[in-house]
Design a protein around this ligand. Structure first.
Ligand SMILES: [Zn+2]
Length: 195
């Protein structure tokens, strides 16, 4: 996990949004390989193990395939210029490396990626959580995997964590979520802007 990402993480527990405090055990260059993340509000602590932040998320499932092509992700996210973070939820993370090459300078966060997607900080940090464990209005964009694109929980979480005016991309039926304005929908994909 990219150490600078720690500043943007939130506790996944069901209480008002609050940051986490890192207690590192092992840092190599700017990557946290082992340690704990503690919440000052609820007192829970979460492990960072093998570079992955384990924030009460589901265990990794098998690769699903079907992730958007990295070039398509790049176009749909519409990001110009380096800086900040973009998240790939579920199977969308299977295409992370190609996206990292075209989005130079934007750090990626994989949320609940399938088996085989591992920590590659600072380019890619991996987190496992029941939500998008980033503070509200933090991300420069989110791509949802097909299996989470039509789940209102994950669509709302993607919208919450995205900066106003920036984009959430998904597959399948376009969402009806108040926080998102649909920009386009074609070929089984949709792109929406955070209001
Ligand atoms: Zn907490």
């Amino acid at each position: 996990m990219f150490i600078e990402l720690t500043d943007h993480l939130r506790c996944p527990a069901d209480h008002p949004e609050h940051y986490l405090v890192l207690l590192p055990d092992r840092i190599v260059e700017r990557s946290v390989l082992a340690g704990r993340l503690g919440c000052p509000v609820c007192g829970r602590t979460y492990a960072v193990a093998e570079g992955i932040a384990e924030l009460d998320g589901p265990p990794p499932g098998p690769p699903l395939g079907g992730a958007l092509d990295p070039a398509a992700m790049h176009v749909l996210l519409g990001l110009g210029g380096p800086g900040g973070y973009a998240a790939l939820v579920g199977s969308a993370a299977e295409s992370w490396r190609g996206l990292a090459e075209t989005l130079a300078g934007v750090a990626l966060v994989a949320v609940n990626p399938p088996v085989g997607v591992t920590d590659a900080a600072p380019l890619l940090s991996v987190v496992r959580a029941p939500l998008v464990p980033l503070k509200t209005r933090t991300l420069r964009g989110v791509v949802l995997g097909a299996e989470v694109s039509t789940d209102p929980h994950w669509v709302r979480e993607a919208a919450r964590a995205t900066l106003p005016g920036l984009r959430v991309v998904g597959q399948g039926r376009a969402p009806a979520v108040a926080e998102l304005e649909l920009l386009a929908s074609a070929d089984g994909h949709w792109v929406a802007a955070r209001r």
